[in-house]
Design a protein around this ligand. Structure first.
Ligand code: NAP
Length: 461
């Protein structure tokens, strides 16, 4: 890089951007600092964009301005209109855009300079970037389509699929290695790109939509690594740093999510857990229904209530209604806490985001390890649209498909009220013995409607 004033400015903005990315990521690790972390990361991105605008290689700004305007409009509209419940598929789309950008930059570099003009390290980084970028683009688009219901969410499988996938993926890697060793072979480079796009589709279609959050965080990690490789190809430090942060944080997140479900990454990618929705549950007795009035009385006269939100809270958009109920109870002197399972809902931090939107104080949110010892002294555990994360079979039944998954032990509370619409099962497709226990009462209905009516009833008690 030339030692001109402009380039010092560029390197300085990249340094600031990198620092802001690291601080932003640190902020995102806790709900209380998450918002600040997000703003820091955004400021970092702005600094990186402004710095890049001063790059000496830029001849004209027209295309850049057009990209900025179109990108800003699309991003802004998505942020305004996409509902909270559609956040997983929106995130998958962002990964697809990022990965496609990385793949396109790699392909453009190859077309501009050809493999022969590059040292072997740059060639390898470029091949890696295009391979991961293409695979992540189509993989993320399939993930988004499954989550949005545009294509069937259940695993799409056929005989010999694993062999076809293994062959396809090894062909992709084979072409990558060949094009690194024989840089003149442009055809092999483009074949690798095509195989990469196809691999993304083939790897993701056999995975059920319920496992998509883990797949997405893995794809996020690939998109980050593709961006880091782009940084090596272009000699761009901020891309190397941001891509590496993204790549490894995505990978760590995937591992943490698998841990919270007591499953391995290979089981998520090659097993089809999302397909077990038809598993017939053993007959476990009767579920006891409770009336709205009785539920309100039980809550109103409790000392301590623990609310356990799950996926149903998100689909019902009941976060404000749950806050209203908590307010009504607190006004009566009842202590209300929230028990948060790490994989409640359909994306990491799903419940934290929803409850934060309803201004539930962070101090009232308790992680699983902290709330579990409190259940024996809890008068009423209110389960709002949660199912798998409170399934005692995970703890008690070694033969259960979810055996070993850590749960919120609501069955240890003095009584449990479960709010759900009917007999629907959770993500795992398994029956939940909690609903049949003597201490459990079922309050049927949409979570938002039930909670609003409960809050009203509690005020009338
Ligand atoms: P869940 O097991 O999927 O159960 C959700 C329950 O909500 C259902 O039984 C459903 O019963 C009820 N429901 C749906 N809509 C409702 C509405 N409008 N009002 C009231 N109830 C409603 O949810 P969870 O307990 O939160 O568990 C999450 C699952 O997702 C876990 O198995 C986890 O491993 C998996 N998962 C999570 C992540 C993540 O990052 N969070 C990632 C991958 C997988 P009805 O139909 O009877 O109403």
């Amino acid at each position: 890089m030339e030692p001109s004033g402009v380039n010092y400015f560029l390197e300085f903005t990249y340094l600031i951007a990198s620092i802001l990315f690291i601080l932003g990521l640190k902020g995102l690790s806790h709900p209380e600092t998450a918002r600040r972390g997000m703003f820091m990361a955004e400021a970092g991105m702005l600094a990186a964009i402004i710095g890049t605008l001063f790059h000496h290689g830029i001849i004209t700004y027209e295309w850049i301005a057009a990209g900025l305007i179109i990108g800003t409009i699309i991003g802004g509209l998505m942020a305004i209109w996409v509902p909270m419940t559609a956040m997983p598929q929106r995130t998958a789309l962002s990964h697809a855009f990022g990965a496609f950008a990385a793949a396109l930059v790699g392909i453009a570099e190859f077309m501009l300079h050809g493999g022969l003009a590059m040292p072997v390290f740059t060639r390898s980084a470029l091949g890696f970037e295009v391979m991961l970028g293409s695979l992540t683009t189509t993989g993320s688009l399939i993930a988004a389509s499954k989550l949005q219901g545009l294509i069937r969410g259940t695993p799409i499988q056929f005989r010999g699929q694993q062999y076809v996938n293994a062959l396809l993926f090894s062909s992709t890697v084979g072409c990558l290695l060949y094009s690194v060793v024989n840089p003149a072979s442009a055809g092999v480079f483009y074949a690798m790109t095509g195989f990469g796009f196809l691999s993304g589709v083939m790897i993701v279609i056999p995975i059920g939509s319920a496992d998509m959050p883990v797949v997405m965080s893995l794809l996020n990690s690939y998109a980050g690594l593709a961006a880091a490789a782009t940084g090596f190809v272009l000699g761009n430090n901020v891309l190397v740093i941001a891509g590496t942060l993204d790549g490894f944080s995505g990978f760590i997140l995937s591992i943490l999510m698998c841990k919270a479900m007591n499953r391995s990454i290979t089981n998520v990618l090659f097993g089809s857990f999302g397909a077990v929705h038809d598993v017939a549950g053993a007959v476990m007795g009767e579920m006891r229904e409770i009336s709205l009035e009785d539920a309100a009385v039980r809550l109103a006269y409790a000392n301590k209530v623990v609310v356990v939100p799950g996926y149903g809270l998100a689909t019902a958009q009941a976060q404000h209604a749950v806050r209203d109920l908590a307010n009504a109870l607190e006004e009566r002197g009842v202590t209300v806490k929230y028990g948060i399972h790490p994989v409640a809902g359909r994306m990491p931090g799903h419940m934290n985001v929803l409850l934060a939107e309803a201004n539930v104080p962070y101090g009232d949110l308790y992680e699983m390890e902290r709330i579990n010892p409190e259940f024996p002294t809890t008068d009423v555990a209110v389960v709002v649209g949660a199912n798998d994360v409170v399934n005692p079979d995970a703890r008690d039944n070694a033969n259960s498909p979810i055996a070993g998954m850590p749960i919120l032990e609501v069955d240890k509370a003095k009584s449990v009220i479960v709010l759900k619409r009917g007999q629907g099962r959770g993500f795992s497709g398994l029956e939940n013995p909690l609903f049949f226990k003597p201490g459990t009462s079922m309050l049927y209905g949409d979570a938002k409607a039930s909670l609003s009516q409960l809050a009203q009833e509690v005020k009338n008690v």
